[in-house]
Design a protein around this ligand. Sequence first.
Ligand code: ADP
Length: 310
Amino acid sequence: MIEARNLSKSYGATLAVDDLTFDVKPGTVTGFLGPNGAGKTTTMRMIVGLDRPSKGTVTIDGRQYRDLPVPLQEVGALLDAKAFHGGRSGYNHLLCLAQANGIPRRRVDEVLAIVGLDAAAKRRAKAFSLGMGQRLGIAAALLGDPRILIFDEPVNGLDPEGIAWVRRLMRDLAGAGRTVFVSSHLMSEMALTADHVIVIGRGRLIRDESTARFIDSSSARSVLVRSPAATQLSELLIGEGATVEPDPSGALVVVGLDAARVGEIAAQAGVVLHELAPQRASLEEAFMELTSESVEFHATGSASGGQDDR
Ligand code: ADP
């Protein structure tokens, strides 16, 4: 379990993380969502002790990262896929990490097999593609067999097969009872992977709820109706309180009434319908709308203060 309490981080005048309080629970994949610059990496760096909070705390199973006796065996993180020595082979990179942390050599072979790099492991890491670098970073995160895993944008640079593999790996890790915290700036990616989402914008918490609930509550609904009597139907629907806009194809986009009600109103008036289809905003649109609202809120709100620790 990861517990963040009133976590804040400022860099000079920039408030990168603003009073975040959340829990990341074991046995689930928790998505950490926000547009670029929202503060996801900064938050993850604070969890693993690479950055010091300006305010607040974050703990891993009740302890701060620096107080963990063998950190690699408690928490594994993929933060920067390029954070390895390019002249070394993938195998040696992992072996050095293992030796420095008292992890047996055979575990290096195990994690290389898990990430599918066994064949490439003796090559110099600088010859690795971005996707291979991601796999090596994931291997390093798994090295200590930790209960808690943190992945910052793990699918960046991966081909579709690699993306599917990462999703499966995260689900398997959570299925085995581990805590999996994974960031992305893409809602569509998280919708397929995460059970739970923590959404931030401009460093602030926007949502902390199940993915299903998030999708349900944030996708705006409308109904697309096609009728040879569009004008008459439009007037009827407006009379029932709906907002009606024609779309370029001549269909009506109705907001404020569900499809069943639209059908009933048409039937009562004897209006023929050729199409009646509930619509959902795409997840990406819903997410952008939500996070852009948070930007406005942040810009006008004064409650955040803008504290600085320097
Ligand atoms: P995300 O991972 O969501 O894209 P980041 O945590 O990388 O967001 O960045 C959040 C904000 O903090 C951005 O405005 C970024 O420019 C700023 N920031 C991040 N790291 C530093 C740093 N070392 N020095 C100054 N500003 C930083």
